[in-house]
Ligand binder design. Structure first.
Ligand code: SF4
Length: 324
């Protein structure tokens, strides 16, 4: 059957979706830095993992670098929402860089947990994805105490000094279900494994997963708007498939949708990762509407009202972000 032969065409639109409080704060931080100090503003790593946001800021005079060593002495550099290790702060200070830290407060919370358990002499098992910037920053708080647990094989590889003094923590943007699986595996090895004082997977990650789980069983296709390097966006695709969607794909832009995905499809689910401006979702809805999927029903599982104060270096009259 082709797309045109499908009978009922409707779109389920997940809510919450898109920008979380930490991403909003990070993007506004860079915009305010541009206004206040003028270009160029350097940003270490992508401020948030979204192609559209990064390209838009680059056009406005932001220079993205991989390391602080690439920033000219004395220049202004913003640290991304994913957080940085103390070694990066120290290097910036050595090079006399002016810094603004846009680390999400919920990532900072995990850094503080690492510090606390390090002081109490625990071995810390950090569940997260190898190579992700957030994991590098968090591990860097206590590199001798933190071991990364990514795969089930990693659970077997972990070595601790005292099995009675081990705690697990996690990256903020993981799949809630998979993380609990990993914790169960760890608890088989270390029955007295301590839990984090509060959830490390952040409210935005879990809320977006709950919303996609709610609509996925009714969807023949779920389209997640988000970038390939966005951990929470990739998790939404996995969660959609696990929750019963027939197919699920990740796209940065509506133009990346392959029309053949719509063959035989009645219900399309749409959501977006925590670093995605809603304008990109609206473009996708328009693209779908042009092809007959104009009936849009919002599936609401939570109303988010969280907002974070801007970093003190640029804290003045807050304006809405224009990268939306
Ligand atoms: S996804 Fe969560 S931890 Fe990451 S920036 Fe957003 S609120 Fe912060």
């Amino acid at each position: 059957m082709t797309a045109s032969e499908a009978t009922t065409k409707r779109v389920l639109l997940a809510k919450p979706r898109g920008y979380c409080a930490g991403v909003d704060r990070a993007v506004v931080t860079v915009e305010k830095a541009l206004e206040k100090y003028g270009p160029p503003i350097y940003v270490r790593k992508e401020i948030v993992h979204n192609r559209h946001v990064v390209d838009t800021l680059r056009e406005r005079g932001v220079i993205f670098v991989e390391e602080t060593s690439e920033v000219p002495e004395g220049a202004m550099v913003v640290f991304s929402a994913h957080g940085v290790s103390p070694a990066v702060h120290a290097e910036a200070e050595e090079r006399n860089l002016r810094t603004i830290d846009a680390t999400c407060p919920l990532v900072t919370k995990v850094h503080k947990e690492v510090n606390r358990f390090d002081r109490e002499d625990y071995d810390i098992l950090l569940i997260g994805h190898e190579g992700h910037e957030e994991v590098e920053g968090t591990s860097g708080e206590a590199p001798d105490r933190v071991q990364l647990v990514d795969t089930a094989e990693d659970v077997e590889r972990v070595r601790v000094r005292d099995p009675e003094k081990v705690v697990w923590l996690s990256q903020t943007t993981l799949s809630v279900d998979e993380t609990m699986e990993r914790v169960d595996q760890l608890k088989e090895r270390f029955p007295n494994l301590a839990d984090p004082p509060s959830d490390d997977i952040c409210y935005a990650t879990s809320n977006r997963q709950i919303a996609v789980k709610e609509m996925a069983p009714e969807c023949d296709l779920v389209i997640v708007v988000g970038s390939k390097n966005s951990s929470n966006s990739k998790r939404l695709v996995e969660v959609a498939l696990q929750a019963g969607a027939t197919n699920a794909y990740l796209v940065d832009y509506a133009r990346e949708v392959d029309e053949s995905w719509l063959d035989g499809v009645s219900t399309v689910g749409v959501t977006s990762g925590a670093s995605v401006p809603d304008v990109l979702v609206m473009e996708l809805l328009e693209w779908l509407s042009e092809r007959g999927w104009s009936d849009v029903e919002e599936v609401t599982t939570a109303n988010e009202k969280i907002a974070f104060a801007l970093p003190r270096e640029i804290r003045d009259a807050r304006e809405r972000s224009s990268v939306r």
